[in-house]
Design a protein around this ligand. Structure first.
Ligand SMILES: C[S@@+](CC[C@H](N)C(=O)[O-])C[C@H]1O[C@@H](n2cnc3c(N)ncnc32)[C@H](O)[C@@H]1O
Length: 233
C-alpha cells in the first residue's frame, strides 16, 4: 500500500487508480473529454475508468455492431462503447440536455468515434419509441445510465429494441446499499427496486447484480441477458 490508513473511499479511489494504471493506461482523448466536460460545467457523474473499460470489453466480447445508450452526459461511457464498434457500427445515445449532447458530440469527434456515434436529444421516454418506429433495433447491447425514475420505462423500451442475445447493463443499481431498504421513500431507490422487480418477473431476461466500490463510491450494476425475442403485442 502506498498510503497507510485513510477512509474506505480513499482506499477505493487508490485501488481504482492502481487498476487503471496497470490495465488501462494513459487515455489522453478521454482525459481531454472529461476536462472539456468540466469546463462546460457538466457534473462529474460519468462511469469510472474501470467500469468504462468493462463496457468496452463486454461490447467487444459480444462483437457488438449496434449499441444503445440511455444517458450520454459528456460521452465518456459512450466513447468506451464506440471504441468497441467496427467502422460500420453504430452507437445511438440518448440525452435530455442539449448542452450535454453538444459536449458529447465534440468529445466523440476528439476521440475519433464521431462517425459511429449519434446523439439523440430529448427525454429518453420519447426518443425510445421513435427508435422503435424507425426500426432502429435490434441492438446487441444496451447501457442504461440516466435518471433512475425512468429505468422501468427504459427497460420496457430496451426490450422492444432487443433480440435474443442482447446484453442490457443497468448502472447505479445499488445506491450505497439503499436498495435493500424496502421502507425507503427516495424516488430513485423506489424506482430502482421497481426495476429489479420488473427484471425478476420478465421471463425474457436472466440477470445478476454486482456491487462495486471505487472512485464513484459504493454502487453497482445489473447485467441482464435477453433470452428470447420481443413478445408479439
Ligand atoms: C449519469 S449521467 C450519464 C453518464 C454517462 N453514461 C457516462 O458514464 O459518461 C446521466 C445523464 O442522463 C441524462 N438524463 C437525465 N434524464 C434524462 C432523460 N429523461 N432522458 C435522457 N437523458 C436523461 C442527464 O442529463 C445526464 O447527462
Amino acid at each position: 500500500m502506498s498510503r497507510a490508513g485513510g477512509t474506505p473511499e480513499e482506499r477505493w479511489t487508490e485501488v481504482d487508480e492502481y487498476i487503471a494504471g496497470r490495465l488501462i493506461g494513459p487515455d489522453p482523448e478521454q482525459d481531454a473529454g472529461i476536462a472539456a466536460s468540466d469546463r462546460a460545467g457538466l457534473p462529474s457523474i460519468q462511469v469510472s475508468a474501470p467500469l468504462g473499460k468493462m463496457l468496452y470489453l463486454l461490447a467487444s466480447m459480444l462483437g457488438a455492431r449496434r449499441i444503445l445508450e440511455i444517458g450520454t452526459l459528456g460521452g465518456y461511457s459512450g466513447t468506451w462503447l464506440a471504441r468497441a464498434l467496427p467502422a460500420d457500427g453504430r452507437l445511438i445515445t440518448c440525452e435530455l440536455d442539449q448542452k450535454h449532447a453538444d459536449v458529447a458530440r465534440a468529445n466523440f469527434e476528439r476521440a475519433g468515434v464521431r462517425k459511429v456515434t449519434e446523439v439523440r436529444v430529448g427525454p429518453a421516454a420519447e426518443t425510445l419509441p421513435k427508435l422503435v418506429a424507425e426500426g432502429q433495433g435490434p441492438f446487441d447491447m444496451v447501457f442504461i445510465d440516466a435518471d433512475k425514475p425512468g429505468y422501468p420505462v427504459y427497460l420496457e423500451w430496451a426490450l422492444k429494441l432487443s433480440r435474443k442475445g442482447t446484453v442490457i447493463v443497468f448502472d447505479n443499481m445499488v445506491r450505497r446499499g439503499a436498495i435493500a431498504d424496502a421502507t425507503s421513500e427516495d424516488a430513485s431507490v423506489v424506482a430502482t427496486r421497481r426495476t429489479y422487480d420488473l427484471i425478476a418477473k420478465e421471463t425474457r431476461l436472466t440477470a445478476t447484480g454486482i456491487q462495486t466500490v471505487g472512485t464513484k463510491g459504493y454502487d453497482g450494476f445489473v447485467l441482464a441477458l435477453v433470452q428470447d425475442g420481443p413478445k408479439e403485442s
